[in-house]
Design a protein around this ligand. Structure first.
Ligand code: MLT
Length: 315
């Protein structure tokens, strides 16, 4: 059932929480963006409460499907990232269509990734890491957050660039993966700076490189070389995050949510938190629903052939 016009006009009701579905584990990079964004959207939405529902599994397709099925009344949203563009190439039977099961509310940010290793890994720079990987090949355990996740995509690109097949260990998010990496249960991971910056600063993991074509300016990440400059020419992946509502959410509700999102992305506290973790907050142009939808379609067209060439399917 679609929200009645009356409900749509009075959205959001003061006493009804808005839920943002995060399809990865609490404490991870996607969750980090969602919690910071929820905090920044509360005031523009009239101090409503916004709760996070970590609906995890299958590289974010479980939580994304849950959002697609939700009542289209504005009280259930989805925050997901590049997985919206990679899942279609990895899952043959998704119970939703990225381009028609959702309303697009806008892009939130771009987050670079870092290649990190367990503290006891016998390599102290990228060159030594590449040597260690080429010696150990499938004995190397690389953590990710399931097929479709950002860490999976980065791992796929890294393995094809190094022409080496590693053993991949999937988690419900890179928060639990990071715990195992710090504990030495897995060897390497490619993860977003929103999750690795503090662990790198605390020297709880070894940091080897960044996945952007330009070095990062965040103090803790400044010294890391780009993979592009370390022999992996053209290696370039940043993880964009977007906000979505179920298809059929009434236009007045979408307009209010988009206005609140734009206000949140201009919130100095939100910007400062994101920049401190290496993320770049989206500008107004990218927060337009039409631009968001076009961008996701372009990213899907870009990544699908790359993923298909790697020949990995999740189902
Ligand atoms: C990913 O690898 O897609 C994310 O880091 C997963 C997460 O947010 O935990």
């Amino acid at each position: 059932a679609v929200a009645l016009p009356a409900q749509a006009q009075s959205f959001p009701a003061a006493d009804k929480p808005i839920t943002i579905i995060v399809p990865f584990s609490a404490g991870g990079p996607t969750d980090r963006v969602a919690r910071d964004l929820a905090e920044a959207m509360r005031k523009p939405l009239g101090n409503v409460s916004i709760v996070i529902d970590n609906a995890t599994g299958a590289g974010s397709s479980i939580g994304t499907a849950k959002a697609a099925r939700a009542r289209p009344d504005g009280y259930t949203l989805l925050l997901n990232h590049i997985a919206m563009s990679t899942m279609p190439a990895l899952y043959r039977n998704l119970p939703f269509k990225v381009d028609s099961s959702f309303e697009y509310l806008g892009i939130i940010n771009d987050v670079p990734m870092t290649l990190v290793g367990k503290p006891t890994l016998p390599a102290n720079n990228y060159k030594e890491l590449a040597g260690w990987i080429s010696q150990n090949k499938s004995k190397v355990n690389m953590a990710n957050a399931g097929l479709g996740s950002a860490s999976h995509l980065c791992g796929l690109l890294l393995q094809s660039a190094l022409k080496t097949q590693l053993t991949t260990v999937p988690y419900k998010g890179t928060a639990p993966a990071m715990t195992d990496l710090m504990g030495g249960q897995v060897d390497v991971m490619c993860d977003q700076t929103t999750n690795t910056t503090s662990q790198i600063a605390a020297k709880k993991v070894k940091a080897y490189a960044v996945t952007t074509t330009k070095p990062l300016t965040t103090p803790q990440l400044r010294g890391l070389p780009t993979l592009d400059s370390q022999g992996l020419k053209g290696f370039n992946v940043t993880i964009w995050h977007g906000l979505y509502a179920p298809k059929g959410t009434p236009a007045p509700v979408l307009a209010k949510l988009n206005t609140a999102l734009k206000a949140a992305l201009k919130d100095p506290v939100f910007i400062q938190k994101q920049q401190g973790l290496g993320a770049v907050v989206a500008t107004d142009r990218r927060v337009e629903p039409a631009a968001h939808k076009q961008f996701v379609a372009a990213e899907t067209a870009k990544w699908s052939p790359i993923i298909k060439a790697a020949g990995q399917y999740a189902d």
